[in-house]
Ligand binder design. Structure first.
Ligand SMILES: Nc1ncnc2c1ncn2[C@@H]1O[C@H](COP(=O)(O)OP(=O)(O)OP(=O)(O)O)[C@@H](O)[C@H]1O
Ligand SMILES: [Mg+2]
Length: 261
């Protein structure tokens, strides 16, 4: 088998009698943006939690540059360069945004690069700047808007200078203008470059999102999940025309049918 930048192979997770994820396989190449879609309950969050090491799979593998990291804890994946945001993240509300970012930098990937506290503070500020909320650096997380909290989550993740960023519904709850801004940040991140003291060679991404029209604009490839399985994997335009994919969305009684179909 060809060695991928990142891959999951036959990954499975059961909750009691429910197979939330069943033998899911897909790969991500450097700087590639992969959109992960599927109806509610399809297993997307379960899959990305296994990718981030927050949930232990019952079977299958997580592979990073050919290395089996299935049993590696989350902090170690951050050392490798894999990090992400969570669907239901809870910031430390009393702490200012900058402190919320700094806490996430307590990782060997960041330590050991000069004077730690200074490095971390500078990086945290640059990450907030990158997502456009550095003016709120000293505001407690409990006092900022939902959109700003979403951006805080992304700042926390990118401050570790990831090579693979996993975003679970980054656009949920954002206005159209906020969504556009964030989508632009995503593009800049993929391209790479120097963002203040942060440096990126270009970041690959897995983005779980229900706002499909926005996702289709930024994704190179779409992986569709349905009842825990990977139903389709391919070019965005082709995937939304796949009858099985349309059926997966339309066939669900009362389901919200995304605007792209
Ligand atoms: N910790 C858990 N214990 C039991 N069942 C769970 C647990 N986490 C998820 N599930 C179930 O597993 C299935 C997949 O859930 P998951 O959250 O991965 O779906 P999803 O694709 O992210 O959905 P959504 O689009 O609504 O976020 C659902 O039926 C869910 O109820
Ligand atoms: Mg989810």
């Amino acid at each position: 088998m060809r060695e991928h930048f990142f891959a999951v192979s036959e990954l499975s997770k059961r909750f009691g009698g429910l197979e939330a994820v069943r033998r899911a396989s897909f790969s991500v190449e450097p700087q590639e943006i992969v959109g992960l879609i599927g109806p509610n309950g399809a297993g997307k969050t379960t899959l990305v939690r296994m990718i981030m090491g927050l949930l232990r799979p019952d079977g299958g593998k997580v592979l990073w540059k050919g290395q089996d990291i299935t049993r590696h804890p989350t902090w170690k994946r951050v050392v490798h360069g894999i990090t992400g945001t969570f669907q239901n993240s809870r910031p430390m509300k009393r702490l200012p945004l900058i402190a919320n970012v700094m806490v996430g930098l307590h990782n060997p990937r960041v330590r050991g690069q000069g004077e730690w506290v200074k490095t971390v503070e500078a990086r945290a500020l640059d990450a907030l700047e990158f997502v456009g909320i550095s003016d709120l650096a000293m505001s407690p997380a409990g006092a900022v808007s939902q959109g700003d909290l979403k951006r805080l989550e992304i700042a926390r993740a990118i401050a570790t200078e990831p090579e693979l960023l996993v975003l679970d519904e980054p656009f949920a709850g954002l206005t159209q203008a906020e969504t556009r801004l964030l989508a632009n940040s995503v593009h800049r991140l993929r391209k790479g470059g120097r963002f203040g003291r942060l440096h990126s060679e270009g970041c690959a991404m897995i983005i779980v999102e229900h706002k499909l029209s926005e996702l289709m604009r930024i994704a190179d490839r779409i992986v569709v999940m349905h009842f825990g399985e990977v139903l389709a994997d391919g070019h965005p335009e082709r995937v939304v025309q796949d009858p099985r994919v349309v059926e997966a969305y339309l066939g669900k009684v009362g389901a919200h049918v995304p605007e792209v179909f």
